[in-house]
Design a protein around this ligand. Structure first.
Ligand SMILES: [Zn+2]
Length: 540
């Protein structure tokens, strides 16, 4: 079996000398050969600045040698992983991608996983096109490699197109029948070499000396009140196969897998070596999910999230250096973003600033459903998730139910709960100029049955009593993500203007000189293009 250098170096982190980020914008513009999307799940917009003095790897490059937008929004209501990833390369909001939540994202029993049990997944619900489709429209040979710990993180940036799309399930990287009937040998050999025995029993200790972390460590509310102080021992090998996602090394493994994939699929190299004028770049999409797992368990103000972000920085830096041995940096356009931000853990926020809490309206959904079922002897699917009451409106209308009156009673029942800020019936939502209403309109396509939409107050989260940190509201901290571009035609700088993740795809299209094949919600961020590149673009 081939030895995986990245796998062997997995355990060595912390001993390497700090890597100095390199400037790379002096090289004349060659045709881009590879577009690289790095999505760090739950990386809030303020994190890069908050940890700036301790970053020296990939995140440092995205902060200081890039066009860095610290103020960016996933500008829709249901700030979850699936809708967030679907905006990144589509340039369109959930109302148009029709990916409105995790539950209504990629799960698909018709396309089982290959070689492991678990929920099948496909982009069947995704509507419309993405950057990869626009590249294919110009170059049918354009390739894509997309990897993530989560199925939705791998699938949704690419949309409906097929390609090398892999995610982690049951302790291995795999894909579903939507994409392939069997796994390529580079995937099975990588899976066979995952060093569970070496990871088992390891300790997650701080990367830097104790006094480099200002956050308190022993906070009772963290991690459900268990194992909330460093060091954290990793469980035995068998438990790690399903539990590695809770530890930083899952991200290192994802990056090692991506690098093997780059070498095996030759994404970037194909385009680099082509002499055909119309050759388009290939696409590499990487979604790192552990910041989300650790953020949920320990919260955004924890010592754990601080350490996790530093580790992502180092691993990402190593990955970019290795990638640039395959495809030179001046042929790569990178973009960094996140699928959503995160609100403070309510128990900690209440103790610290006397504000915040958990609010859940699931009991109102149950009561409404039960009352309707008792009267009409059929199901209406009334359920509550992240501020929205879903319902089978067709079934209600066909039985002559006054939908608007049911909606008004749900709004009345929920409006007085502590932590509820605003509530809308479908009629009210259609015309309200309230910012929560506007973001719900950006989220809900006409084919989704729903009967009431709510907004949570600042620092309140939709949660049924677990001690976790959460996201999912349209409040500023949940919307907040960074956006950063690195590339030969990108003007390095810090840009304070508020931009949106739907602007990423049109910006990449502008940098590549290609046209989106459908109307978008976002627009190209023109100010990041170097003056020389803009002038050349006008001449074309
Ligand atoms: Zn999450």
């Amino acid at each position: 079996m081939r030895i995986h250098r990245p796998l062997l170096s997995l355990l060595a982190l912390g001993t390497a000398a700090p890597r100095v980020a390199r400037a790379q914008n002096a090289v004349p513009a060659d045709r881009p050969a590879l577009v690289v999307l790095i999505a760090v799940d739950q990386l809030r917009g303020d994190y890069l600045d908050r940890f700036a003095s301790q970053l020296n790897g990939g995140l440092a490059r995205f902060r200081t040698h890039a066009a860095f937008f610290p103020h960016a929004w996933q500008d829709h209501s249901n700030t979850e992983t699936a809708p967030g990833h679907a905006t990144m390369l589509s340039g369109r909001e959930p109302v148009h991608t029709e990916i409105i939540s995790n539950n209504r994202g990629v799960p698909d029993p018709l396309t089982p996983l290959i070689g492991v049990s678990g929920t099948g997944a496909s982009p069947r619900r995704f509507n419309g096109t993405t950057l990869y489709d626009w590249l294919l429209a110009r170059d049918l040979n354009a390739r894509v490699l997309s990897v993530s710990r989560k199925d939705r993180g791998a699938i949704l940036p690419i949309g409906r197109a097929k390609g090398d799309i892999y995610w982690f399930a049951g302790g291995k990287f795999t894909t579903s029948r939507y994409y392939a009937d069997s796994l390529p040998s580079w995937v099975t050999s990588f899976d066979a070499a995952i060093p569970y025995d070496r990871l088992a029993g390891m300790k997650w200790s701080l990367l830097l000396p104790d006094n480099s972390y200002s956050e308190p460590d022993s906070v009772w509310a963290e991690n459900n009140g268990a194992d909330f102080a460093f060091p954290h021992a990793l469980p035995p090998a068998d438990a790690l196969r399903s539990g590695l996602q809770q530890y930083p090394w899952m991200d290192s493994l994802t990056l090692a897998f991506a690098l093997d994939g780059v070498r095996a699929t030759r994404v970037g190299k194909r385009s680099m070596e082509s002499t055909t004028r119309n050759t388009m770049p290939d696409l590499l999409s990487i979604s790192l999910s552990t910041t989300d797992a650790i953020g949920h368990a320990f919260g955004p103000d924890s010592r754990e999230i601080h350490d996790q972000v530093l580790r992502v920085d180092r691993w990402l830096g190593d990955f970019m250096t290795s990638l640039e041995r395959e495809v030179p940096s001046n042929r790569i356009i990178y973009v960094l973003t996140a699928d959503h931000g995160v609100s403070p853990m309510p128990e900690i926020a209440v103790a610290k600033v006397g504000r915040g809490g958990r609010v859940w309206l699931g009991d109102i959904a149950t009561a409404t459903e039960n009352a309707l079922e008792a009267r009409y002897h059929t199901e209406f699917g009334v359920e509550f998730d992240n501020g929205l009451f879903y319902a089978d409106i067709g079934a209600m209308r066909s039985r002559g139910i006054d939908v608007d009156s049911v909606a008004r009673s749900i709004v009345a029942a929920g409006s007085h709960r502590p932590g509820v800020a605003v509530a809308f019936t479908p009629k009210a939502l259609a015309t309200s100029s309230d910012s929560v209403a506007v973001r719900w309109r950006r989220t809900l396509p006409p084919n989704v049955g729903w009967i009431a939409a709510f907004g949570a107050a600042r620092d309140f989260v939709w949660s049924a009593g677990k001690t976790t940190a959460e996201h999912g509201t349209p409040n500023a901290l949940d919307l907040s993500v960074p956006i950063s571009f690195i590339g030969a035609n990108v003007a390095v700088g810090r840009y304070e203007r508020l931009v949106r993740t739907v602007d990423i795809a049109p910006t990449l299209a502008m940098l590549l000189g290609i046209a989106p094949t459908e109307p978008l919600d976002g627009s190209a961020i023109r100010e990041l293009m170097t003056k020389r590149a803009s002038a050349e673009r006008l001449k074309r």
